[in-house]
Design a binder for this molecule. Structure first.
Ligand code: ASP
Ligand code: MG
Length: 412
């Protein structure tokens, strides 16, 4: 069971979390609980580091920001004990959860779950501080913002858990963002690969890395609400509780062609006009952007007409636009482009579904719907299970709603 920051924001909410835990313990399950820091805590700690020094040491940053989770783990253990649940807190190093040496954004290298499993045998519940582990230099390391989802999935894999239940402030994964499409439905199940697309495209329910990890280790991951009454009817139905199961596609019997519509706003487009058409040019453009830490997304290169030059269009986060243009100007000698054109205020809308692999016409349907609005399409990219379309942000809501209906995803 994993509980995020809003679910443990104060002692009352921690009591509510404890009731969820107690329900599972009373039902006879062995339980490990992973907690985040109280809502806003990590931001405050990060701000303190910056205030102390703009150029702070990453190891000391980790010492400081990992403390938020230490507090909630201890508090939840205390509350559980007061409810007669035998609980004990665990920090990353105590498990141990080992990481690589990338302080501040470390990756998990190994988890030894044997001590926790031994305590299960004694009837004990493990309350684990998420987001943290121990690096090869024997110091605390944190996993990057939002990392406690990843802690939870990794621990579930290490403990061979039946399931990893992520309790959060939403009650599941929706076919699209319900704030812009009120007819969005909560899905019962979604395949790992689809969730990966939904997560990375702005449906920010889970940290993307946690979904990758769940997919690799086949950890059945369940998204559900921590704000539901822990003892409401159905909450104790282990096989079919309210929420969304993220699982292997084999487990999904009736696969829809399209399962969801995701979007990400704040995209910017850059076009390099008349780039030299010869080997090494793409490397000369995208290498320096990567080195500058600019995350390039959609890339469209034209087949050149002349054999001399071509156009290259791609997207970057709007916040990185100025930096990207700056970097590109410096490549002009090598890439020989004529002009840089750029524009912010764009949105990428994506249609996602594993069923696309075996159905034709899915993309054509989206194009027809957008044509009817009408919305101009600026760029298109596709993968096996996704079509992404770049449009002006003004049309985001309309496009998402229309596509959602067109693919039959509206609540009936
Ligand atoms: N507390 C950490 C953060 O805010 C980790 C997490 O909540 O997942 O990023
Ligand atoms: Mg989170």
């Amino acid at each position: 069971m994993k509980f995020g920051g809003t679910s443990v924001a104060d002692i009352d909410r921690i009591r509510n979390v404890a009731r969820h835990v107690k329900r599972e313990v009373d039902a006879g399950h062995e339980v490990a609980v992973v907690v985040s820091a109280m809502a806003g805590k990590t931001n405050e700690l990060v701000a303190w580091c910056r205030e102390a020094s703009a150029m702070h040491d990453a190891r000391e940053y980790d010492t400081i920001v990992a403390s938020g989770e230490q507090v909630t783990a201890g508090l939840l253990a205390i509350v559980l004990q007061s409810m007669d649940v035998n609980a004990r807190s665990w920090l990353g190093w105590q498990i141990p959860l080992k990481t690589d040496s990338a302080h501040g954004a470390a990756r998990i290298t190994d988890i030894d779950g044997s001590d926790i499993v031994r305590r299960f045998g004694e009837g004990q519940v493990a309350v684990v501080a998420g987001f943290q582990g121990i690096a090869p230099d024997n110091r605390i390391a944190t996993l990057g913002r939002g990392g406690s989802d990843t802690s939870a999935v990794a621990l579930a894999a290490a403990l061979n858990a039946d399931r990893c239940d992520i309790y959060t402030d939403v009650d599941g994964v929706y076919t699209t963002d319900p704030r812009i499409a009120p007819k969005a439905r909560r899905m019962n199940k979604i395949a790992f690969e689809e969730m990966l697309e939904m997560a990375s495209l702005g449906a920010k329910v889970l940290q993307v890395r946690s979904v990758e990890l769940a997919m690799v280790h086949k950890v059945r991951t369940f998204v559900r609400s921590s704000f539901d009454d822990p003892d409401a009817p159905g909450m104790d139905d282990f096989d079919n509780p309210p929420g969304t199961l993220i699982c292997d596609e084999d487990e999904i019997m009736e696969q829809e062609v399209v399962t969801g519509i995701a979007y990400s706003k704040d995209e910017a487009q850059i076009s390099l006009r008349r780039v030299a058409d010869r080997p090494g040019v793409a490397a000369a453009i995208f290498g320096p952007l990567a080195d500058a830490g600019v995350n390039v997304d959609m890339i469209v290169q034209n087949i050149s007409e002349s054999g001399q030059s071509t156009d290259m269009t791609f997207t970057v986060p709007a916040g990185d636009l100025a930096k990207a243009v700056d970097v590109l100007e410096k490549t002009r000698n090598e890439t020989g482009f004529d002009a840089i054109q750029s524009e912010a205020g764009l949105t990428k809308v994506s249609v996602i579904g594993i069923g696309m692999r075996s159905h034709t016409g899915v993309a054509a349907t989206a194009f027809k719907e957008l044509a009817q609005i009408p919305v101009n399409i600026r760029a298109i990219t596709t993968s096996e299970i996704k079509i992404s379309i770049l449009i002006d942000s003004d049309f985001t809501e309309l496009a998402v709603r229309r596509l959602h209906s067109r693919y039959g995803l509206d609540k009936v």
